[in-house]
Design a protein. Structure first.
Length: 85
C-alpha cells in the first residue's frame, strides 16, 4: 500500500525532496477533481491540497519553511494558496 501512496504523491501530487527542500509540481489527471495528502517534512506536518485551479499548502506547527511550487519559492508560515489555470 505504501508504494501506491508514494506513486500518487510523488507522481500526481508532484512532491519531491530536493536537497532538503520541499518542491511541488502537481500533475493532476483530468478525470480527478483533486488530491489531498499529509506529509511529515523536516519534522513538520504539512497538508497539500491540489485541484485543477490551485495548490494550497498548510503547515501545522513548527518553524516556518521555504517551499517551491512550480519552481517559485514561497515562505510557508501557516497557509499558502497558489492559483493557476
Amino acid at each position: 500500500m505504501g508504494g501506491i501512496w508514494q506513486n500518487v504523491v510523488k507522481g500526481f501530487g508532484g512532491f519531491t525532496n530536493e536537497k532538503g527542500e520541499l518542491h511541488l509540481t502537481p500533475r493532476l489527471p483530468k478525470a480527478w477533481d483533486g488530491l489531498s495528502y499529509n506529509i511529515i517534512f523536516l519534522r513538520r506536518k504539512v497538508t497539500v491540497d491540489i485541484s485543477h485551479e490551485r495548490v494550497q499548502v498548510d503547515l501545522h506547527g513548527g518553524a516556518p519553511l521555504d517551499i517551491y511550487i512550480f519552481g517559485e519559492k514561497y515562505h510557508l508560515e501557516n497557509t499558502i494558496l497558489v492559483e493557476y489555470k
